[in-house]
Design a protein around this ligand. Structure first.
Ligand code: SF4
Length: 195
């Protein structure tokens, strides 16, 4: 699965559907006005995949962090990595958004960290509680049970199918069970931005 072309702005982030990995990061960022390194990296590259330019990504993080962080500290501690993701400093590599395999194979989140794949890294009950906010309890349990069998991409596809219920395009992309391999693919289909 390749991410499809789409431009989404920071103002739209509260309105759009996100896969659970990114929704969790975004919600914790909004709550805490801070994310640790791995979470920042995962969410920042996802936003890049949504079409955020460097300036948009920089402004998004600066606006959010500077609710509790002085601007001079933000510039010193956090701005470099944003520039690095866009190949503007350091190795000058233009980084792509992480796929599911990359996200799932990173070190598991420790307390206070929110990166990773919920279907792999969260406890069974935590997954059910969080999924219940988006789907009914029966489906939340079924998705969590699927994740328990290490079928992370299938579980994520079940979530995608649930949020697309009733969609005109659902049949086009979900004729067969989808195994999700990229969060930006999930985003594009859930928000129906494919061509
Ligand atoms: Fe995110 Fe992929 Fe896990 Fe879905 S399967 S929650 S898109 S890392």
């Amino acid at each position: 699965q390749q991410p499809l072309k789409r431009r989404t702005t920071a103002k739209e982030l509260d309105e759009v559907q996100m896969p659970l990995c990114m929704k969790s990061l975004y919600d914790h960022l909004k709550r805490d006005k801070h994310l640790k390194y791995d979470g920042r990296n995962q969410l920042r590259l996802f936003l890049k995949g949504l079409g955020f330019t460097f300036d948009e990504n920089y402004a998004f993080w600066k606006t959010t962090f500077c609710a509790i962080t002085p601007a001079i500290v933000f510039e010193k501690k956090y701005a470099y990595n944003i520039r690095h993701n866009y190949g503007l400093v350091g190795s000058r590599k233009d980084y792509a958004p992480m796929n599911c395999s990359a996200i799932q194979n990173r070190s598991a989140p420790r307390p206070g960290q929110y990166h990773g794949c919920p279907y792999k890294h969260w406890e069974h009950q935590q997954l059910i509680v969080q999924l219940q906010k988006h789907v009914g309890v029966d489906l939340a349990t079924a998705i969590a049970n699927t994740a328990k069998e290490s079928l992370y991409g299938v579980a994520c596809g079940m979530h995608l199918e649930a949020v697309m219920k009733g969609s005109q395009t659902k049949k086009m992309c979900l004729v067969n069970k989808v195994t999700i391999s990229h969060p930006n693919f999930w985003f594009d289909y859930a928000n129906q931005v494919h061509n």
